[in-house]
Structure formats: structure tokens, C-alpha cells
Design a protein around this ligand. Structure first.
Ligand SMILES: C[S@@+](CC[C@H](N)C(=O)[O-])C[C@H]1O[C@@H](n2cnc3c(N)ncnc32)[C@H](O)[C@@H]1O
Length: 358
């Protein structure tokens, strides 16, 4: 067990490889990443024994922008016999002897090709779970802070990686994909991006304190209003900035003011302290980063969620460049802050960033 399988959106394998290689090295762990383009996963092979497990415990998943889930695995099991796929999997757990677990998830990469495998995975989970229970591998409670979850990652009907993740440092969602229901009243599907961002970046216990009816938000590039909808739903009053048309249903709430202005020139109305700035304008990432810096260093807002669109080839380098720009400018302005970023399930060629001033 000295490898990691890292799940991602298909097409982002190179970003994952660059990111895990760099972040592992920062933990003093070296290895090499193997990938197949558009496969939806990357294998990171660590050079020293025990280091994949150490990464799974010590490298926070929240710090890996492009990674949806991270599991510790051994070598791939190949040519599983169709008559009995369970025995080799149990034998692998016996050989590897990880901690006892509380659950098992049977997963695949998130690709069109793997969709048919998913039906098999669902069916296979039932007898596998029963067999793991019987042989004592599913025994502990999820409350244990070191608890692990078993993951079987199928990349073909006879090929899988047998592995595990530390629950405290893993995605709580099957395949690392949150299942969000599109709210029927929302004006656009983009609404799910902001909903997922709020779920990912703000602990549920703090949501009401940090997003509520006493607050004012600004939404740059707001039309038709999917992001504004999420803020209004949480009680905020929103200045929706865009030359386009906002959905009538949002005007009817009485909780928005539509400002048909350029988002790069818009300034908060006098005597209004803005709590939240959100921004989904399709623009160069560096230009958006500079705009966010302007808002934060001018004390125009305290918290922001924005997208960095990444249509270019060197996506990871572009993100790093933007973060260096932000880091340099906010530090120079004497601001303490927390930055989180994720390639969310509802993001396509973009990532979502959250900055909170301390
Ligand atoms: C991806 S859409 C936003 C969708 C929106 N977040 C939603 O959930 O409905 C991008 C929007 O940014 C607006 N936009 C682009 N450049 C802008 C600018 N300089 N100032 C204001 N709005 C801009 C466009 O008019 C477009 O409506």
C-alpha cells in the first residue's frame, strides 16, 4: 500500500499530477505520478514505504484544488475471476491489514465510459459489504477520529484498486461528488456552483452567522441570477451588477438592486458596508484576481467567492500565479486571510476560490 489514487474531473489529470507532486514534496515525500489523459484519476507512487498512508493522513484534501478524493492503494488487482471477485479483495485487505473500517464504497472514475461500470458497482457493494462484515473488516464507528473507509476503485469489470481513506481527511461524498438538487425557482444552473462552494468552504455550523438577513452582498456578473438567488435565499440584500437582465422572480423578492454597470468599475454604494462579494464574470484569471485584491485591500468586503476561468493549457501554473499575486498584495496591505480553492464538481474549465479576511 504505497500509492495514492486521486480522483478528478476527466481532463484535469495533469493538474492533479503537478499538484500532488508539489504538495507531497512540501511534506518531504517524493514519488511519481502516472496518468492517462481524460481517465478521471491519477496514480501517485511514493518511493518510501508508508508514505502514501502518511499523505492520506497529513496532507489535507482541502489543500488539493483539483482532487475530489484521495485513497491509499496497493498494486492494481487484475483479471478478477467473474465467479468470485470478493475473495481476492478480502485477501488483499488481509495482506495489507489497514485499520478496521466502518463502511465500504465501490466506485469508478467519473467518465462516460465508466458509467456502465457504476451499475455493476452498486450491485456488487451488497455482497461485498456482507462478506467484509463477516470477515471482521467493517467493525468500527465513524466517530473514531482515525476511522477509515474502505474504497474499491474499479477501472474495468475485472480490474480494481483496493484501498482506504481516512474519513477525517476525505470527501464525505460517494466518488467525491456532492449530489445537489437543482432548485426549481433558481434562474440558472450556475446556482449549483455557488451552492456547492458555500457547502465546501463554510462549515455548516457557521453558515447562519456568516450569511444572513443582516448582510449585504454584491454579485459581479450576476445575470440571470443563479448566484444572487443563493445569497437572497440566505436572506442577504444583493447589488446585482451586470448589463444583462436579471430574472423577474429575483426582483419580486425586494432583496436585490440591479446595477447595469461594468463589474470592473462598480464600487459599493456610499455608507454601505458590503459583507460578501461574489463574482462569476468570464474574464482572464489575473484580471479577476486583481479585482478581488482591490475589493479586499480597499475594505469594500470581508469575504468573497469567485471563479477563475481556466481555458488555457497551463492551468495549474496560472492558478499558482494568481495566488502569488493575491498573497503578495494582501500581505503587503497587512491583511490576514484564509484562502481556499477547489475545482468543484459543478465547475467545468474553472476553479472556485474563497477568501475570508481574519
Ligand atoms: C457566467 S455568467 C454569470 C451567471 C450567473 N452567476 C448566474 O448564476 O446566473 C457571466 C455574466 O458576467 C457578465 N459580465 C461579463 N463581463 C462583465 C463586466 N465587465 N461587468 C459586468 N458583468 C459582466 C455577463 O453579462 C454574464 O451575464
Amino acid at each position: 500500500m504505497n500509492k495514492l489514487v486521486l480522483y478528478c474531473r476527466a481532463g484535469f489529470e495533469k493538474e492533479v499530477a503537478a499538484e500532488i507532486t508539489e504538495k507531497a514534496a512540501q511534506c518531504g515525500i517524493f514519488g511519481f505520478a502516472q496518468l492517462t489523459e481524460n481517465s478521471g484519476w491519477v496514480l501517485f507512487d511514493c518511493y518510501q514505504a508508508g508514505e502514501a498512508d502518511r499523505l492520506a493522513r497529513e496532507l489535507p484534501l482541502s489543500q488539493l484544488i483539483f482532487v475530489r478524493q484521495m485513497i491509499v492503494v496497493g498494486d492494481m488487482l487484475r483479471e478478477l475471476p467473474t465467479a468470485d471477485r470478493i475473495s481476492p479483495i478480502i485477501a488483499r485487505y488481509q495482506a495489507l491489514n489497514p485499520l478496521k473500517s466502518c463502511d465500504v464504497w465501490v466506485e469508478t472514475p467519473d467518465t462516460n465510459e465508466a458509467k456502465s461500470l457504476l451499475t455493476f458497482c452498486r450491485k456488487f457493494t451488497v455482497p461485498l459489504r456482507a462478506a467484509l462484515k463477516k470477515s471482521g473488516w467493517l467493525a468500527t464507528s465513524e466517530r473514531d477520529k482515525n476511522a477509515i473507509r474502505l474504497h474499491i476503485f474499479f477501472i474495468g469489470s475485472g480490474q480494481c484498486y483496493v484501498g482506504y481513506a481516512y474519513i477525517a481527511n476525505s470527501s464525505a461524498d460517494f466518488m467525491g461528488i456532492p449530489r445537489l438538487k437543482f432548485p426549481a425557482q433558481a434562474p440558472s444552473r450556475s446556482t449549483l456552483k455557488l451552492e456547492e462552494a458555500i457547502l465546501s468552504f463554510i462549515p455548516k455550523s457557521e453558515e447562519k452567522k456568516r450569511l444572513n438577513a443582516q448582510m449585504i452582498g454584491v454579485d459581479l456578473g450576476a445575470c440571470p441570477g443563479g448566484w444572487t438567488y443563493q445569497l437572497v435565499k440566505r436572506g442577504l440584500f444583493v447589488y446585482a451588477v451586470d448589463h444583462g437582465k436579471m430574472a423577474a422572480s429575483l426582483h419580486e423578492t425586494g432583496r436585490i438592486e440591479h446595477c447595469a454597470e461594468d463589474g470592473f468599475k462598480f464600487q459599493p454604494p456610499k455608507r454601505k458596508q458590503i459583507d460578501w462579494l461574489v463574482c462569476d464574470m468570464v474574464e482572464q484569471p489575473q484580471r479577476i484576481s486583481k479585482l478581488m485584491i482591490k475589493w479586499l485591500t480597499s475594505s469594500w468586503c470581508r469575504e468573497t467567492i469567485f471563479n477563475l476561468k481556466l481555458p488555457m493549457k497551463k492551468r495549474y501554473q496560472e492558478v499558482k500565479y494568481c495566488f502569488e499575486l493575491i498573497e503578495e498584495s494582501l500581505t503587503k496591505a497587512g491583511l490576514a486571510y484564509q484562502l481556499q480553492a477547489k475545482h468543484l464538481y459543478h465547475d467545468r474549465e474553472e476553479i472556485t476560490v474563497h477568501i475570508q479576511l481574519r
